[in-house]
Design a protein around this ligand. Structure first.
Ligand code: FES
Length: 103
């Protein structure tokens, strides 16, 4: 699937043939602002992204536990997700996320 990260500097980074954890995809491609410090277990919030509105329905909102962690981050909104909790497959082809400012 193709996914696009919009980094804080406003640049778009299109990744082709993306599959699996969106955090791993970001880290493997050196996307600025995605650290993935906890290795993808959903506890560090260094993989915070905001999902583009038009993708929210498909991606879904953060679950309660994830929301609790996001609460401590700056720049969270109703579109915020920990991208290690987003599994990319062909269903998400074309996905666009904004890399949130780190708190
Ligand atoms: Fe740590 Fe996602 S990589 S919360």
């Amino acid at each position: 699937a193709k996914v696009t990260f919009i980094t804080e500097d406003g640049n778009s980074h299109l990744i082709e043939d993306a599959e699996g954890s969106l955090m791993d995809i970001a880290v493997d491609n050196g996307i600025e602002g995605i650290e993935g410090d906890c290795g993808g277990v959903g506890s560090c919030a260094t993989c915070h992204v905001r999902v583009k509105q038009e993708w929210m329905e498909k991606v879904g909102k953060a679950e309660e536990l994830e929301q609790d962690i996001l609460e401590f981050e700056d720049g969270t909104c109703s579109r915020s997700r920990l991208c290690c909790q987003i599994d990319v497959d062909e269903d998400l082809d074309g996905l666009v996320v904004e890399v949130a400012k780190l708190g």
